[in-house]
Design a protein around this ligand. Structure first.
Ligand code: FAD
Length: 482
């Protein structure tokens, strides 16, 4: 009885440090059986997309190797938890299943059905925090309602008890007498074989707990000092690039929060950057909070009047945007950065998303789906909340009538055109003053740079001033109805 193991069910918490569900399993003194289930059924259309599968396929073997160093293993299976987990629990004679709470609505459903299917078995499903700094039920307005506005949410969060300090990884895990069967990692089919499209991702990222920790150290060792100024510049490495690591739980937000705060407290330059970085971590909290309180955020507009918005769904227009062939260099650079590296700088995400929903009038859900498949940091809460924010339909959204001019945005945030040159090489020889608007450049300049509009690089898919007017008219139509 005394050595009935505890199953540690790993999901988006692929780390050993600062892991409350793991720490509690170790504290029982019982053997621990770490399990990962690849469940492509329960999430429905929100099953991991292509880039996320690559990340998982790279991160899971690294986690397995870390577990082996502690005398343990990673058991891998396929299928929905309510079907598979009771079987594993029976195989090993488990006393409990420990899991980190996920905010995704489908995951909450899975937990409920698993709990029901364990009823009467004597096996307890214990859920722990750890994915977020604040549990969404704990931050409410005085009337007990959830906040709809970031600033009020952030104020309340800052007035709440400080996020707990992180704890270290265990030094050893006790093994069960008999390990359950595990699938071979390769049989999950997570990594692309033919064609292998993931070369750019491999170059850009190091999935896993060690990669996450290196990113945080590198950021706090340098760029954080200039984060406030540089975070909007896609031509500089001014941000942390922790988002995929945070999404997959390879590092906890508590570790990021306290490491940043410690750096500010050490008196080194960068306190203002640390404050800004922490406020971005709070945006992540706010997105999760919105998804918890409004579970259909990825599907329907937060502001219901947007149900009637006269979107235009032209597949060719969507394809041009996806491929980075709109004729607006900063948009195209962003879309190609996304395709090549699984990432897009935040400023460019805003510009490219605004261009899709406002200049092209394509529904935000189509952009959200593309990002879901191609981003290594694809995150249901952050993606849905951000798309709705850009579209103007979200909580606390950017007003619809504020429409980014992609040329001005490019000139402001990529002043030398370095970012465009990197991802749109056919424009590389254009001088900085023309690189964000090749369609306005004199023919001699284009010729000298080897650019033939409509041949080597597309002419603009829409004229921005006319597209802007069309978007405002569409918006006026729904405002009248609202
Ligand atoms: P940093 O600037 O270093 O910020 C630190 C951390 O704070 C990030 O890792 C992230 O976890 C969080 N964060 C920063 N900005 C935001 C934000 N605006 N909203 C929520 N959290 C934030 N982020 C995702 O993680 N997954 C997504 O699927 C996603 N989709 C987006 C879609 C659109 C249309 C837009 C405009 C933004 C989206 N974002 C998404 C938010 C943001 O672009 C990324 O979190 C950020 O670019 C990640 O880079 P970083 O880690 O270097 O960020």
């Amino acid at each position: 009885m005394g050595d009935r193991p505890v199953i540690l069910w790993l999901r988006q918490d692929l780390r050993l440090a600062d892991h409350p569900a793991l720490a509690a399993a170790v504290a029982t003194g019982r053997p621990v059986v770490p399990v990962y289930l690849l469940d492509d059924d329960s999430p429905g259309r929100w099953r991991p997309g292509g880039a996320s599968r690559w990340w998982l396929g790279t991160s899971l073997p690294r986690l397995a190797a870390s577990l082996e160093r502690l005398g343990s293993r990673l058991i891998v299976r396929r299928g929905p938890a309510d079907a598979v987990m009771p079987q594993i629990a029976e195989e090993v004679g488990a006393s409990a299943i420990h899991v980190t709470r996920m905010i995704e609505p489908w995951a909450a459903d899975v937990d409920r059905t698993l709990k029901a299917s364990l009823a009467g078995s004597g096996i307890e499903l214990k859920r722990f925090g750890g994915a977020h700094l604040f549990e969404p039920e704990t931050i409410l307005s005085q009337s007990g309602a959830p906040f709809r506005v970031y600033s009020a949410f952030a104020r309340a969060a800052m007035a709440a008890p400080t996020p707990r300090r992180p704890v270290g990884a265990p030094s050893r895990l006790s093994a069960p007498q008999r390990w359950p069967e595990s699938l071979d990692m390769a049989s999950l089919g997570l990594l692309p074989c033919h064609p292998d499209w993931a070369g750019g991702l491999r170059e850009a990222w190091s999935p896993g707990e060690a990669g996450a920790s290196d990113r945080l150290s590198a950021f706090l060792g340098g760029p954080v000092a200039r984060y406030r100024a540089d975070r909007d510049r896609p031509d500089l490495m001014g941000t942390s690039r922790l988002s995929p690591h945070l999404h997959f739980g390879e590092i906890s937000p508590h570790m990021c929060w306290h490491a940043a705060r410690n750096r500010a407290a050490s008196g080194e330059e960068g306190g203002s950057g640390v404050d800004k970085f922490c406020s971005e971590l709070l945006w992540r909290e706010f997105s999760a909070y919105l998804l918890h309180h409004w579970p259909n955020l990825p599907e329907v507009p937060f502001r219901p009047e947007f149900e009637d918005f006269p979107w235009q769904s032209d597949p060719e227009v969507l394809a041009a945007w996806q491929k980075g062939l709109t004729g607006y260099p900063v948009v195209d650079a962003g879309m190609r950065e996304l395709w090549q590296t699984g990432y897009m700088h935040n400023r460019v995400r805003m510009i490219a998303a605004s261009f899709l929903v406002k200049d092209l009038l394509v529904p935000w859900q189509a952009g959200q789906s593309w990002f879901w498949d191609t981003l290594v940091d694809a995150d249901l809460a952050n993606n849905a909340a951000s798309w709705q924010w850009v579209a103007g339909s979200g909580a606390d959204a950017a007003p619809y009538f504020r429409i980014f001019n992609p040329v001005k945005q490019g000139r402001t945030f990529d002043p030398e055109g370095t970012y465009v040159r990197r991802f749109v090489p056919e424009l590389a020889k254009l001088p900085a003053e023309h690189i964000h608007a090749p369609f306005e450049a004199p023919p001699s300049v284009l010729e000298q740079a080897g650019v033939r509009l409509g041949q080597t690089y597309p002419a603009p898919i829409v004229a921005h001033p006319a597209a802007r007017r069309r978007a405002l008219e569409a918006f006026a139509a729904i405002r009248i109805k609202a």
